[in-house]
Design a protein. Structure first.
Length: 176
């Protein structure tokens, strides 16, 4: 459990939107629409396209708490010294602290694993790869394919669902 309100908001934002850490750290308050549950991302360094990502219930709650507590005169959602965003090294340091607190330090998880977790969870929940590609901001669907991993359970469910249809079709063809 992350007790720090800012840290919880940042981790949930990364985990529930699939944003890159640089995108989250550079996020301006004006980019966040809590009422519509959307975050507007302008074109980034990794690609030339902007996109919209969506906020889950827990992501909205965590961001609301942080936005109420933070300095309202700051331009960035996660600000550092002055009116600048939190640096990547500071953001990474916080993530490492949370990983250690969870007893997972020996696993060597990078911050980017939250993006992969987001992709895998949505794919396993049934989201189409093309939709996931747009949420992640990938130009090439093969990159999205590498990000998201199906669980054994999902493969098993897909197999039996498809096999039930295939057997009905085959039975129909052979019976006639």
């Amino acid at each position: 459990m992350i007790d720090d309100i800012r840290g919880r908001a940042l981790i949930l934002l990364l985990l529930r939107t699939g944003m890159r850490s640089g995108e989250a750290l550079g996020l301006r308050v004006s980019d966040v629409d809590l009422r519509e549950r959307k975050v507007h991302l302008s074109q980034g360094k990794k690609n030339s396209m902007g996109r919209v990502v969506y906020l889950s219930d827990d992501g909205v709650s965590a961001l609301k708490l942080w936005l109420r507590q933070r300095d309202p005169n700051q331009e960035f959602v996660f600000y550092g010294q002055g009116n600048k965003p939190v640096s990547y090294s500071t953001g990474r340091g916080r993530f490492v602290k949370y990983i250690q607190k969870a007893g997972l330090a020996e696993k060597g998880y990078p911050v980017h694993c939250l993006r992969h977790t987001f992709a895998s969870e949505l794919l396993n929940a049934g989201m189409r790869l093309e939709c996931l590609q747009q949420l992640l901001g990938h130009q090439d669907i093969e990159v999205t394919r590498r990000y998201a991993r199906l669980t054994d359970t999902t493969r098993e469910e897909e197999y039996f669902r498809a096999m039930a249809s295939a057997v009905q079709i085959k039975t129909f063809c052979w019976v006639r």
